[in-house]
Design a protein around this ligand. Structure first.
Ligand SMILES: Cc1cc2nc3c(=O)[nH]c(=O)nc-3n(C[C@H](O)[C@H](O)[C@H](O)COP(=O)(O)OP(=O)(O)OC[C@H]3O[C@@H](n4cnc5c(N)ncnc54)[C@H](O)[C@@H]3O)c2cc1C
Length: 366
């Protein structure tokens, strides 16, 4: 089949990868370069980890996510996963870190719980007086997103996928499986898959009832000298406990030490709006992390990167079938780790047309 894919974040790249392996003729449209630094998949690194709250379903789905990444690494001839494990810190009874620990226990997945003193000895950037416990699991790490995108783009091109970079799609006709590009051309195919991330509501305005777009930012930091070595060997940090909704990626690949918090996101209908960081934004994000980090004001800010992404109300992934078109949105702030698996599942749907099965898998109900 001739298939157009709109958007070359991790979902679009992975869909094109899997479709090309099935022998389809694929054209991939991207409004910016690949990777696009404005896309959710365009930053240096993202966390992969097994921990999800008890009963979520996504924790079990990580087995398939790892399997899909392994298939991708084999095709690319190199792995872009830094498997340094992950940890989380609980500061209050019933906080999100505790939910994650319960999820790990429910699934019987490996984890080691550390008392505050023990945790601070192993991870000296923690202030032991502010935490209840930490836990570590070897099943996780950092995915190097920019390297993945460069590498996948090369693989796709070698496999004959037509990459149309800096080519914005301005309209999709689901009945005709046609896309219109900003230079006025209309390209017909047998099927269209839209993986347009935070820009999807520009193409399908009615999706605002299912998908809310947010603008957020992350801060890159240079830690104080006495903590550099500890950060160099640290696992990724999924949650810093309490109300912070904070996560941390240690230096890994070309990505430096990065802090981000769910508290910092604001609803913003336009994914291109307010993309320049504002004065003091880096400090504001950094300072959310004390507690549990000690000496937080001694971390120097080296960069602030803004991002746009969509959430569903229940934070499960979204998919819609309309005529000869499938709209895919695997995000809600946790979709990168499933990227390769999403691509495989979407390509599988093109073969079997079992929409109910795809939707159920995307929602981790299967
Ligand atoms: C700050 C932050 C931290 C996150 N942390 C994690 C994490 O640690 N672990 C994790 O698993 N997930 C994480 N996520 C979520 C993850 O980044 C996303 O789920 C994932 O990157 C979404 O990929 P995507 O391909 O669906 O969208 P995107 O990466 O946004 O890609 C969409 C692409 O479509 C292109 N496009 C859009 N419209 C058009 C058009 N009309 N024509 C042509 N091209 C178009 C865009 O330019 C873009 O390149 C995080 C997200 C954010 C923002």
């Amino acid at each position: 089949m001739k298939i157009s894919v709109v958007g070359a974040g991790i979902a679009g790249l992975s869909t094109a990868w899997s479709l090309a392996k099935q022998g389809h003729q694929v054209m991939l449209f991207e409004q910016g370069p690949i990777p696009n630094p404005l896309a959710a998949s365009g930053d240096h690194h993202r966390i992969i980890r097994r921990a999800y709250g008890a009963g979520s379903g996504y924790g079990a789905a990580i087995t398939e996510a790892y399997d899909a990444w392994d298939e991708l690494w084999a095709d690319l001839g190199e792995s872009h996963l830094d498997a340094r494990g992950f940890m989380a810190v609980s500061r209050e009874t019933g906080d999100e870190a505790e939910d994650y620990l319960n999820g790990l226990r429910e699934g019987g997945w490996p984890c080691e719980v550390l008392e505050p003193g023990e945790a601070a000895e192993r991870y000296p950037f923690l202030d032991p007086d502010t935490i209840r416990y930490a836990f570590f699991s070897p099943e996780g790490g950092a995915l190097h997103c920019r390297r993945i995108a460069f590498s996948m783009a090369g693989w796709l091109q070698a496999r004959g996928v037509l990459l149309r970079q800096t080519m914005k799609v301005t309209g999709v006709d689901p009945a005709r499986a046609a896309v219109t590009t900003e230079d006025g051309r209309t390209i017909e195919a047998d099927y269209v898959i839209v993986t347009a991330g935070a820009w999807v509501t520009k193409l399908f305005p009615d999706l605002v009832s299912d998908l809310t777009t947010y603008r957020t930012a992350v801060v890159y930091l240079d830690p104080p000298a006495h903590l550099k070595e500890a950060w160099a060997r640290a696992p990724v940090i999924l949650d810093v406990g309490g109300e912070t909704d904070g996560y941390i990626l240690p230096p890994s690949g070309e990505g430096g030490l990065k802090f981000g918090s769910g508290l910092h996101k604001i609803a913003s209908a336009d994914a291109n709006a307010n993309r320049d960081p504002v004065a003091g934004e880096g400090e504001a994000i950094r300072d959310l992390f004390a507690p549990p980090m000690r000496d937080i004001d001694r971390y120097a800010i080296t960069g602030v990167v803004t991002c746009a992404y969509t959430f569903t109300a229940d934070e499960r992934f979204f998919v819609r079938e309309e005529g000869n078109c499938l709209v895919v949105s695997a995000c809600s702030g946790h979709g990168y780790k499933f990227g390769a698996a999403v691509g495989r599942r979407v390509a599988g749907f093109v073969e079997n047309r079992d929409f109910a099965a795809l939707k159920s898998w995307m929602r981790a109900e299967a």
